[in-house]
Design a binder for this molecule. Sequence first.
Ligand SMILES: Nc1ncnc2c1ncn2[C@@H]1O[C@H](COP(=O)(O)OP(=O)(O)OP(=O)(O)O)[C@@H](O)[C@H]1O
Ligand SMILES: O=P(O)(O)OC[C@H]1O[C@H](OP(=O)(O)OP(=O)(O)O)[C@H](O)[C@@H]1O
Length: 211
Amino acid sequence: MRTGEQLTIALPKGRILDESVKLLEQAGIACDQVNENGRKLIFTDQEQSLSFILGKPMDVPTYVEHGAADIGIVGKDVIEEVKGEYYELLDMKMGYCKMVLAREKSNETFDINSVNAVATKYPQITQEYFQEFGRQVKIIKLNGSVELAPLIGLSDTIADLVSTGKTLKENNLEEVSSIMDITTRLIANKGSYQLKQNRIGQLVENLKDLV
Ligand SMILES: Nc1ncnc2c1ncn2[C@@H]1O[C@H](COP(=O)(O)OP(=O)(O)OP(=O)(O)O)[C@@H](O)[C@H]1O
Ligand SMILES: O=P(O)(O)OC[C@H]1O[C@H](OP(=O)(O)OP(=O)(O)O)[C@H](O)[C@@H]1O
């Protein structure tokens, strides 16, 4: 039996997928066919009038903003980096980590005015952070393994995510400043939120009870 309003959900491949799927399942969205290990990127469940899109985390806001997905799940880091026209509906209280500034371990006191170049996957967040201090720094955009940058002379500082601190430690880096705390959020396309308010509203209520 079909369950009314068709809903398309954009899910981020990678480290927050499993926990996201688990929460959705608990909230009554059966995601059993979603499988990151194959090559399939869209999963449709006609019985539940549901579709799932599996995309890169940084692309989830784009799918949602343009209505290719009604709702999406994504980290606050991505929301702040890829700002757009969509609603942020709920803090799912998972995917805890933080964005920090880090440099090679040093005995010298950190001075933000001495930063020259920052390597990061998050140029927008980094630029805004330095703007708050009235500073303009060189920002070097990388796509991963950001911790390498100070070790190979690319930058003196990095802005990156930290959870256990293992990556910093194993690369002889230290946190010098905290930029923001991050959790995973549920976002919605503005039009879908109006048109499919029964289904989206019910899901948000169910999730609220769980987080
Ligand atoms: N070390 C971490 N600990 C906890 N959560 C993290 C950590 N790193 C990232 N996250 C959260 O998980 C989300 C997805 O991270 P993930 O590492 O899977 O993708 P990514 O590396 O940003 O994407 P891509 O595959 O495009 O490089 C991030 O946007 C962030 O919110
Ligand atoms: O504090 P930790 O627990 O060590 O986690 C931090 C690492 O996790 C993320 O990288 P990811 O594993 O996503 O790889 P990436 O460098 O390719 O982005 C982040 O960019 C750090 O490198």
